[in-house]
Design a binder for this molecule. Structure first.
Ligand SMILES: NC(=O)c1ccc[n+]([C@@H]2O[C@H](COP(=O)([O-])OP(=O)(O)OC[C@H]3O[C@@H](n4cnc5c(N)ncnc54)[C@H](OP(=O)(O)O)[C@@H]3O)[C@@H](O)[C@H]2O)c1
Length: 265
């Protein structure tokens, strides 16, 4: 029993380095703060270097954590290589990757062009290339890593047409394919990389719309939710630290759904 880690130790990210993409976004901001508050040095990814640096500067710094901003674009393989190289040069290592960023598509099943559809799916290519680079780094340095993919309830369930009717475009068909694919990618990589000590899990949020969405859509989403409300970004903080840390050390290839009960109906 005396070798058993305590609960605070299990969730502690002190001394760890976590890279998170899309860290300037609605959910990425709260998840970055969670990683920093748990003690990690956070490498903030954005397509724009100055936005990344500004977001990194705002993160809390308990202990001797050092945050850093890097430019990284999923649609540019060279930028993924450059971003990771710069992160490793500055931070020495990467223990955690949160593949959170994505480019939105502005067309649904009715009018998406083939090019738009393919571009949405190319978000998964970026997630894959970045995850593979972090896996190679973990193997090279003989350390493990925890990789977290961002899924969605819409990678599991079909859309909810009534929420969008007469207000805005539906949840895009290509987005459902993207997020369903991310879940498959999670399972595939998890089984290949488990023996390398690289865990791969998926975090699938339910409805967490930004406050800027049409208030009528917000009301419909709330009405559909078993909890009667949408999720607040801080409600992912516990889950991201759990998946990033040794608190989930025997978990890989899984999907953690945080959706206020949406998928439980
Ligand atoms: N919000 C929800 O209700 C919800 C529900 C389920 C799942 N999710 C998932 O949660 C994640 C975050 O969603 P969010 O609502 O926080 O979205 P968001 O506010 O739009 O943030 C997404 C971020 O991705 C970055 N990004 C855009 N294009 C990129 C590219 N080509 N390469 C790398 N990064 C790129 C952007 O950062 P820069 O402009 O700084 O580059 C942006 O801040 C997504 O994977 C989303 O699918 C969200």
């Amino acid at each position: 029993m005396h070798d058993e880690p305590g609960i605070n130790e299990l969730f502690d990210l002190s001394g760890k380095v976590a890279l998170i993409t899309g860290a300037t976004g609605h959910l990425g901001g709260a998840m970055s703060r969670a990683l920093a508050e748990a003690g990690a040095s956070v490498i903030v990814g954005s397509r724009m270097q100055d936005r990344a640096a500004a977001a990194a500067d705002l993160l809390p710094r308990p202990g001797d954590a050092k945050h850093l901003g890097i430019a990284l674009d999923y649609f540019d393989a060279c930028s993924i290589e450059r971003g990771v190289a710069e992160a490793i040069k500055n931070a020495g290592r990467i223990d955690v990757l949160v593949n959170n960023g994505y480019e939105r598509i502005t067309a649904d099943w009715r009018d998406a062009t083939g090019d738009q559809f393919n571009r949405q799916l190319a978000n998964a290519t970026g997630c894959f290339l970045l995850a593979r680079r972090i896996h190679a780094h973990a193997v090279e340095r003989g350390g493990g890593a925890s990789i977290i993919m961002m899924g969605s309830m819409y990678g599991i369930a079909g859309s909810y047409p009534d929420a969008y009717a007469g207000i805005c475009m539906a949840s895009p068909a290509a987005y459902h394919v993207l997020k369903g694919g991310i879940l498959s990618l999670t399972r595939h990589l998890a089984v290949y990389w488990a023996k390398d000590g690289v865990r791969v899990n998926c975090l699938s949020p339910g409805p967490f719309p930004a406050p800027t969405v049409d208030s009528r859509l917000m009301e419909r989403l709330q009405a559909k939710s078993p909890m009667g409300r949408i999720g607040q970004p801080h409600e992912l903080k516990g889950a991201i630290v759990f998946l990033a840390s040794n608190a989930s050390s025997y978990m890989t290839g899984q999907n953690l759904v945080i959706d206020g009960g949406w998928l439980a109906w």
